[in-house]
Write a new protein. Structure first.
Length: 151
């Protein structure tokens, strides 16, 4: 129960910050663009833009070269890809197969990494550095989606 109250207070604080930053009308539009059923996924060109944006930001946040993002086997590159899969599947309702096509990975590999990150996020205190990077990437991604939906 106490955790629920903390989450409610955190949500209230974030909503107030959103209103302070954008004003009431724009804050409502931002929230509507995040929750509307008309997904960005319907426009293939926009999906390509979003995936490209996510690849670039993932390489910046995880400090890996863009040229090796899809093929490198070092831990940072794997984490960058894993977070990207998770964000695309979670926020755009993309299938494992369609995400895998953008990253030249199999359906099985994409699903495995999605589930692995899901587990990691449930025990975030153990994976503190990865979690912090994920939060940064997630915020950048959400802001980009909002900007794309507002246009």
């Amino acid at each position: 129960m106490e955790e629920k109250q903390l989450l409610t207070k955190e949500l209230d604080a974030e909503i107030l910050q959103l209103i302070a930053k954008f004003g009431f009308e724009r804050a409502i539009k931002v929230m509507q663009s995040m929750t509307c059923s008309d997904r960005i996924i319907t426009n293939t060109h926009k999906v390509d833009l979003v995936v490209h944006f996510l690849k670039i930001k993932a390489t910046e946040v995880f400090d890996v070269p863009i040229s090796t993002l899809l093929t490198a086997t070092d831990e940072s590159s794997k984490q960058a890809r894993m977070c990207s899969y998770y964000l695309l599947i979670t926020y755009l309702d993309m299938s494992y197969r369609s995400v895998g096509k953008y990253y030249k990975k199999s359906n099985r590999s994409t699903r495995y990494n999605y589930k692995k990150l899901e587990e990691i996020l449930s025990i975030k205190s153990y994976y503190k550095e990865l979690y912090e990077r994920f939060v940064v990437l997630e915020r950048l991604f959400i802001n980009y989606l909002i900007q794309l939906n507002m246009k």
